[in-house]
Design a protein around this ligand. Structure first.
Ligand code: NAP
Length: 281
């Protein structure tokens, strides 16, 4: 059985490819730039663009890991099913679980459910890798972190944990019709996260406390799309417009990861050690 991995060079996708290859599966990794990608030996690397779904090499594909590129995701699903795919694992979002994603991942989940395949939705919370983009440049430059509220809690999930659940759902029976919410381990304050990164790189990090507007301007200057940055700093909603109301939000640790893998989530300290090179100056 050939498994097509879209978004194969992504934070999660690259670990999905590796996990499938290590399990001995026949993997086809899709990227727009095969020359610039490095994958394990034995992986078939193909050129494909989610903006040109008709050109995606779907011949012989029985299972699909779907990175959601919103404009074309439903076409990709239709084409994959027509080509013979029987199982689709969607990299979705915990925002669907919590009800504030109604226009991005949710319609794709619905399309996959309606397509008649065996489906599994993987719904992660906030990726720990966001910290590389948000905090990496200033940590590398001078050990500082620009943030509007260092005592704010967050709950971050390691991309390898997300990938492991996707790999299980692609390879094993028993996951059809399931939506797994992956919260990551217990909540931490931003200061606790900074301490873990500092420990990993052997450097004490300090916060530059700014207003939310100043943080927004800073993150946009670092290349974040404005809408994503507005959401991140609490100035905008997940789907744009006004900020969502998270005042009743309760941080819990969802049991789904342990139920699938048989072990607890990787900690943020572990994630920081895995990514020390991304923060070292
Ligand atoms: N960040 C978070 O906190 C968070 C939380 C929950 C859910 N999510 C969801 O998780 C997903 C992001 O996953 P990720 O971080 O693993 O992805 P990623 O690192 O952003 O990588 C996605 C990959 O997809 C490929 N890609 C992007 N646009 C493409 C296009 N038009 N055609 C073909 N390929 C394209 C790129 O590969 P090539 O350049 O090699 O083609 C890229 O490496 C998103 O759907 C996001 O909404 C994110």
């Amino acid at each position: 059985m050939t498994i097509l991995v879209t978004g194969a060079t992504g934070n999660v996708g690259r670990h999905v490819v590796r996990g499938l290859a290590e399990a001995g599966a026949r993997v086809r990794a899709m990227t727009r730039d095969p020359g610039g990608a490095a994958f394990p030996d034995g992986v078939e690397v193909v050129r494909g663009d989610l903006d040109a779904p008709d050109g995606i090499p779907l011949d012989g594909v029985e299972a699909l890991y779907l990175f959601v590129h919103s404009p074309s995701a439903r076409d990709v699903v239709d084409l994959a099913v027509k080509a013979g795919a029987r199982r689709i694992v969607v990299l979705s979002s915990g925002a669907v679980t919590h009800g504030y994603d109604t226009t991005y991942h949710l319609p794709v989940e619905r399309a996959v459910e309606a397509s008649g395949v065996e489906w599994t939705h993987v719904r992660p919370g906030e990726f720990a890798t966001n910290k590389i983009d948000l905090w990496g440049p200033s940590i590398r430059a001078d050990g500082r972190i620009v943030h509007p509220n260092p005592d704010e809690f967050g709950q971050l999930v390691h991309e390898r944990d997300i990938a492991e659940v996707a790999v299980a759902a692609l390879l094993e029976g028993g996951h059809a019709g399931k939506a797994y919410t992956l919260t990551g381990p217990a909540k931490l304050t931003q200061r606790e996260m900074a301490a873990a990164i500092g420990e990993a790189i052997g450097r004490e990090l300090t916060f530059v406390e700014v207003t939310a507007e100043e943080a927004l301007a800073y993150y946009v200057s670092q290349g974040w799309p404005e809408e994503s940055a507005r959401f991140m700093v609490g100035l905008g909603g997940y789907e744009g417009g006004e900020a969502d109301d998270f005042s009743d939000y309760e941080f819990t640790v969802s049991p789904d990861f342990e139920a699938v893998t048989g072990r607890p989530y990787r900690t943020f300290a572990r994630w920081a050690r895995d990514h020390a090179a991304d923060f070292a100056g």
